[in-house]
Design a protein around this ligand. Sequence first.
Ligand SMILES: [Zn+2]
Length: 332
Amino acid sequence: MIIQLLRRAPRWTGAILVALALLLPGARMPVFQADPLVQVGTALAAERIRVVTTTQDLAAIASEIGGDRVVVESLSRGYQDPHFVDAKPSFLVKLRKADLFIEVGRDLEIGWVPGLLQGARNPKILPGGTGFVDASAGVSLLEVPTNVSRSEGDVHPLGNPHYWLDPENGLVVAANIRNALSRVAPEDRALFDARFADFEARLAKRLDGWKKAAAAMGLSGTKVVSYHRSWPYFAHAFGFDVIDYVEPKPGVPPSPKHTQGLIASMKSQHVKLLIVEPYFDAKLPQQIARESGAALVILPPSVGATPQAADYFTLFDTQMALLGGALSGGGK
Ligand SMILES: [Zn+2]
């Protein structure tokens, strides 16, 4: 209960973080003291660009585009629920030194990032600053509500923010990151352009392979239920139908009544798969799978959620392997 309350108190978290920021060693010291003897321009050119991302998916794509010109760190890990990450004081240290900060946006991180940005005292990575990147810019969003509302705890008030799960959107993210890197290091623009073109070509080829795999395993056209609304972009990319959710609304825990209705509907519609994100307790999903006859598959929604999903490409490889196993009976 306490955990649930804290999860829904982003403003408290922000206040605590600002307080922590003031307690950090050197908090009242200037962040950077220029040595007049150092040729600042030369020193900066030799340094790598410090990129901090909220998720490992963004970190993976930033590494693809930045190559050895960047040092990339993700604040959260792929096995964590990206809506509800416990912010740590160490995050503030990383953000204070960052040249570029990249977030998924669309309110995905609203419960934990605004307080961190406020506490980091690095104006260039604040929204509107040269080092701030909203990776969702230019993405065609799904499930955009007609009126913005967080009523009853809905954590998707600005449309569904899990857009990185369509590889085509990964390319939009990569273009946003290329533009941002070129903005902070214009002397390396040609390198970022070349690495983007290479990423684009490799992604197109692999996407073709994943689509063929999805068709071959019978995923296309299959009826699926998922725990959270993480998969509409993935379903769009690979042609299956997510017909219902264990959560009655994104971020809202299921009631017994909702669960019973869900099981009945899964049975009557012959739902084959129950997809669950690894950060939810598997006990209820196991019961739903058992009673409905669907195969339960714990599917990594992010890079780093499992050791196999080590980068943006192996994330989709891993998902295809797990879905293939579940559809062929190996998941039961
Ligand atoms: Zn969500």
